[in-house]
Design a protein around this ligand. Sequence first.
Ligand code: HGY
Ligand code: MN
Ligand code: MN
Length: 415
Amino acid sequence: MKHGQNLRIDPDRLWDSLEEMAKIGPGIAGGNNRQTLTDADAEGRALFRTWCEAAGCEMGLDRMGTMFATRPGTDPDALPVYIGSHLDTQPTGGKYDGVLGVLGGLEVLRTLQAMEVKTRRPVVLVNWTNEEGARFAPAMLASGVFAGRHSLDWAYDRVDAEGKRFGDELARIGWIGEEEVGARKMHAMFELHIEQGPILEAEGKDIGVVTHGQGLRWIECTVTGKESHTGTTPMPMRRDAGRGMARIIELAHEIAMKHQPNAVGAVGHVEISPKSRNIIPGKAVFTIDFRSHLMEVLSAMEAEFHARAPGLCEEIGVSLETRIVGQFDPPAFDETLVGRVRAAAEHLGYSHRDIVSGAGHDACWINEVTPTAMIFCPCVDGLSHNEAEEISKNWAAAGTDVLLHAVLETAEVAE
Ligand code: HGY
Ligand code: MN
Ligand code: MN
């Protein structure tokens, strides 16, 4: 029996850390509001660093504020195995989206330390900055810079709804590191994450073996009409930007419904101005979120949208401008590493099924620069990006056990 084959993580220690982190940046309904580069994010980072140092890790920090906790291997020249996810949350987020991947990774390092298991390759635990993209679009910003998809300067120039600049906020909370972003070379990366969908729970499966992810297009639309009095302006003379927005939101839904079950589309962020009850809106700015795991479907949705949306606006006397504010093509994860995730679930006796990730993850970008795979655990009712997001301790432990064994296999247990 190979050394470490019967290792299991400590579910209570993991759960205690999840509960401890959830106290930082509490939401208003039992979840979290620990948005990126806020004081709450800074507090969570500090706690995470303390925990990693206590687990015997050396800390690194790059210029996007991404945190790296390294557990040395017996071969310092070997490329490390990376694990991790994100600690930032949505404004009305759950306690486990991203956090399970970071603190599950910490539990793996704590288990290796406690059981005195050495690996040939170093193991590095990552907290990626601004995965959510809620405060500073786009999502997966730091991992996107790491993968060479965005420049550092472009990322630093992202602004939030109050006009605050990403680079300034990162400096304000004191988490800008010296490391060049993307300079680190990886042997492999695994990301543990909650499914954020209903399939695993509905099928009674413990583990999702993630083979692919959905590609994404965030199309920001600006509809321009003319502000005027809601009481006195004759209906035929109105140029109502709010109506234009309503038509486009309905169009996005109609296009996604044409490609079921392989597509989704919605608008989650809208700004209407001047936002007065008795002024016809002159401007509406909103973002369409189109996704599919099939490139041809994603392209078809984008093409149909651009073919039809301008006419829907012109018909009612308003104009439309669009720009892409976030995008990545459907990722296919590394077959060897996906196989190790599947084998680990088998070895541990956990039920599993292959699955496509509906959500975007840092792993989607890192998959472009190094072999990458993901592990899903179920979540209650598939609910996420909602403060009521829930998982069970058993689900968390099963996913983290699989992460542990995928790491043992890939980092190579040293005798
Ligand atoms: O948008 C996403 O899919 C991720 O949760 N940031
Ligand atoms: Mn996430
Ligand atoms: Mn999320």
